[in-house]
Ligand binder design. Structure first.
Ligand SMILES: [Zn+2]
Length: 84
């Protein structure tokens, strides 16, 4: 496993990003299995909200990396999709 970058802000943003990603994936799974009707609409809203949160977390992480340059060479291939 790649050593974790020491930047604390990066770690915080990465944790938020990874958590938002998990929620997004779970939301998409629920949506995939949801039957038509109210249950689908509810699952759709949940997945949509999770996607918005994920996109926001991703933008914040990308902005931090661009501004700070703290991780670009440490884990270029698995920055957003670590094998965990
Ligand atoms: Zn940083």
């Amino acid at each position: 496993m790649t050593p974790a970058p020491s930047c604390i802000d990066y770690r915080k943003l990465k944790d938020l990003h990874d958590a938002a990603r998990r929620v997004y994936i779970e939301g998409a799974k629920v949506l995939e299995g949801a039957p038509q009707g109210q249950e689908f609409e509810s699952a759709y809203q949940t997945a949509e909200n999770a996607m918005v949160a994920f996109v926001s977390a991703r933008e914040k992480l990308e902005k931090h990396i661009a501004d700070h340059g703290c991780v670009e060479l440490l884990e270029p291939n698995n920055l957003y999709f670590p094998l965990v």
